[in-house]
Design a protein around this ligand. Structure first.
Ligand code: MN
Length: 230
């Protein structure tokens, strides 16, 4: 009985001590990157993007990129870097860090994605955003048309991004998979997710309808203006 009690006491003390010592380090090490909260209700973008799609896209896909990233960077040099730095540092590696890049970039891409929408819809862009769309694409219709053409040129999964070209003008680019303008030293003003998980439940194969509705109804152009610094 005495031996049992002593063993139990030692065991408990050791366990308590270990827990006390390791909790802060463990908490930091297991989740260096946190998914930002969705800035509106799950159903707030409906009917352009349904509550079901947002639930899966934000709650499963985006969440999984963070979960995978946190697991992949554990014990690496990337563990303590800001998310942007992880994306940039792993972008051009020859495959060695491609898993980290894919998850870090997708985590970052979707942070921008959710932030740029507004519940209940928004008007067309105004001010400097509008005038730049006018001078680059010939106006709103030209911008939407160019966005659809750009998305068609991405064969598989990927993104359409509003960014700037080398001359400083606005530019729409299409990148496959997780790639984004930041990788090429360019700003990301607006990102349209072309992965099927973004639209298939709501639009099946009508990807163009999804992109058009997204651009016309739920983009928060004030956020885009803020990203452009205007
Ligand atoms: Mn996505």
């Amino acid at each position: 009985m005495l031996i049992s009690r002593r063993t139990l006491c030692v065991g408990t003390s050791a366990l308590t001590l270990a827990s006390t010592l390791s909790i802060p380090k463990l908490a930091r090490a297991t989740a260096p990157f946190a998914q930002p909260p969705l800035p509106y209700d799950q159903g707030a973008l409906s009917p352009v993007i349904s509550a079901t799609t947002v639930g899966l896209h934000y709650g499963k896909h985006h969440s999984a990129y963070f979960k995978n990233l946190n697991s992949l960077v554990l014990g690496t040099q990337y563990e303590t870097l800001p998310l942007e730095e992880v994306v940039k540092a792993t972008a051009s590696s020859n495959g060695a860090t491609s898993k980290i890049f894919n998850n870090a970039a997708q985590a970052w891409n979707h942070n921008l994605y959710w932030e740029q929408f507004t519940p209940g819809g928004d008007d067309r862009p105004s001010g400097r955003v509008s005038s730049e769309l006018e001078s680059t694409f010939g106006g709103w219709d030209g911008f939407v048309k160019e966005a659809l053409t750009t998305s068609d040129n991405v064969f598989g999964t990927g993104w359409v991004w509003l960014t700037r070209g080398d001359e400083g003008q606005l530019k729409l680019v299409g990148y496959e998979d997780a790639n984004n303008p930041m990788v090429f030293g360019k700003p990301a003003y607006l990102g349209i997710d072309l992965w099927e998980h973004a639209y298939y439940l709501d639009y099946t194969n009508r990807k163009a309808d999804h992109i058009r509705a997204t651009l016309e109804k739920i983009v928060n152009w004030n956020i885009v203006a803020k990203r452009m610094g205007v």
